[in-house]
Design a protein around this ligand. Structure first.
Ligand code: MSP
Length: 517
């Protein structure tokens, strides 16, 4: 694979980032880092979605301009992603001048093509979804099922996009590309939604919604959020209807676009239709992840259980985000819902990262130093009984990532770690040393350390800091591509620096964080 382009949903900036937003960014970052270990050119786009009625209303309430309000909150997302080591290549804001200009041109192109037309309309508008809803989608009490709010009746003359024109082509695409929607079980849901689609409103009257991108040549209307928001995936990388730059040609179509299940309809129906109307290829995969609950409850302001990801790191006194990244990335099987709880977080991370993985490395390195002064000798380098299992795991991990099964891949890595721990227990190198079976003792320790270089590489996307510390202690280059891993990195004469050996991750044994915090 030569290039890999991945994106996340762009978050609304009404508030600060929470664990749900963080889950998606971590998942995408893990996928991105894994493919960076396999591809030459990789690119990761994330950002914020800043226009629309909600931002307009909240900024008025706060007595500041919408742009100032967006600036303050967009920075909170950037800061959080920095703390979590989200290694994005680009952060787009829909208020970026370049984005706004290209969205106007996209809109104009679709008007010129006859795919956008003006039409008088009366509909039910949910500001939570920033979308018009159909009567049949509402709850029995007439509320939006996602936001449990009564939609407003809106009567306006708007621009409409001819979604229905692309209905058959989208159905065909989904049916002929069974891996377009990941996980595949969601495709039926989308096919059902496609049965009832109608053309969609893509603008709002300026007097009702002013915080948006004006329609070129029609000041009375602003371009309405979804066409603006979805376009970010191409405007960010240099798409221009009048001539794109080389970066766009190189990166598009995206390899995987990661989003939450709640916005799958927009990404698997509206977005493909817009791309078809622009004569652009569709992304290879849309990965719809599940939702994260807190202590099994839906996160909501009214329940007061909205957790900020940085607050978790602070509460547990963590100076690296790796444990939280690892926990979130393995919180749920691909596409299913997951849960966060303080107790489970602490327990799982202590068990996997500190006890199983960290301790294995630390004990083995310490024994090599104790018995052999840290020296890997020629006579230790025989046939490694662990090599087959290690290389099998690399293959299995790659296979899971081909299907974006991030949790499943992490389980394979931990299976390898458990396997090696059992090997150490079974072979008891401390007994071999005591019994004077020096060469066998050296062999066992070296075999384990060879596998630990593989483990460091495989865990790197989840725990970049811990993996780098592991690699440093092993004296091995973490940047090695996965295809070049042989499980024979440590060669004769390789010396472990004893001054450098320390646990790569300490158990979180501090008292459980005060929930209020
Ligand atoms: N702005 C739109 C997306 C436009 S993409 C062109 C939006 N923003 S959002 O802030 O409401 O959500 C951003 C992402 O976070 C979505 O993919 C959404 O599914 C995800 N999550 C928000 N809450 C979540 C959880 N509780 N759990 C997991 N992800 C959730 O939608």
């Amino acid at each position: 694979m030569a290039k890999f382009y991945t994106t996340t949903a762009i978050d609304y900036v009404n508030g600060a980032p929470h664990i749900g937003h963080a889950y998606e960014k971590i998942l995408t970052d893990v996928i991105y880092r894994h493919f960076t270990q396999r591809c030459e050119d990789t690119y990761f786009l994330t950002g914020t979605d800043e226009h629309g009625i909600k931002i307009q209303k909240t900024s008025v309430e706060k007595g500041i301009s919408p742009k100032d309000f967006c600036d303050i909150n967009a920075q909170k997302f950037k800061d959080a992603w920095k703390t979590l080591d989200i290694g994005y290549s680009q952060f787009i804001r829909t208020t970026d001048e370049q984005h706004e200009k290209v969205v106007q041109k996209i809109f104009k192109k679709l008007v010129d093509k006859g795919d956008i037309y003006k039409h008088s309309y009366k509909g039910l508008y949910c500001s939570g979804c920033e979308a018009f809803l159909n009567e049949k989608d509402l709850t029995e009490d007439g509320l939006c099922p996602d936001h449990l709010k009564k939609p407003e009746v809106v009567e306006e003359e708007n621009y409409f996009f001819k979604l229905t024109k692309y209905k058959d082509a989208i159905i065909k695409h989904i049916k002929t590309h069974p891996d377009f929607i990941v996980p595949a079980f969601r495709a039926n849901e989308v096919l059902n939604q496609l049965e009832n689609i109608e053309d969609i409103s893509v603008s709002r009257v300026n007097s009702n919604v002013s915080w948006g991108i004006p329609v070129l040549g029609d000041d009375s209307q602003v371009i309405y959020v979804w066409i603006d928001a979805l376009s970010n995936y191409i405007t960010a990388i240099g798409y221009d209807p009048e001539g794109s730059d080389g970066k766009f040609e190189k990166l598009w179509p995206a390899d995987v676009q990661v989003i939450g299940k709640d916005i799958l309809k927009f990404h698997s129906i509206y977005w493909p239709a817009i791309l078809m109307a622009l004569d652009l290829p569709l992304p290879k995969h849309i990965l719809a992840h599940g939702w994260i609950t807190i202590d099994e409850a839906k996160m909501s302001k009214s329940l007061g259980n909205v957790i900020s990801p940085t607050a978790v790191l602070e509460a547990f006194n963590l100076d690296i985000p790796d444990p939280f990244r690892y926990y979130m990335a393995s919180a749920a099987p691909c596409g299913k819902d997951g849960n966060y709880s303080d107790e489970d977080f602490k327990e799982k991370v202590n068990a996997h990262l500190a006890n199983s993985m960290g301790n294995l490395l630390n004990r083995t390195l310490s024994m090599l130093v104790k018995y052999f002064d840290g020296d890997i000798k020629q006579e230790f380098l025989g046939k490694n009984e662990l090599k087959e299992k290690a290389l099998e795991t690399v293959k299995a991990v790659k296979h899971h990532f081909d299907y974006f099964e991030v949790q499943e891949a992490s389980q394979k890595i931990m299976e390898l770690v458990d396997f090696v721990n059992k090997y150490v227990t079974d072979n008891a190198p401390w007994t071999l040393a005591k019994e004077g079976k020096t060469e066998r003792c050296g062999e066992v320790l070296t075999n384990v350390l060879q596998v630990m270089t593989v483990v460091a590489s495989l865990i790197y996307p989840y725990c970049p800091n811990i993996a780098s510390a592991m690699a440093e202690q092993l004296g091995y280059d973490i940047k090695t591509k996965l295809d070049d891993i042989t499980c024979e990195t440590l060669i004769s004469g390789h010396l472990i620096d004893k001054e450098n050996i320390k646990p790569v991750f300490l158990r979180m044994d501090s008292e459980l964080a005060d929930k209020k915090k």
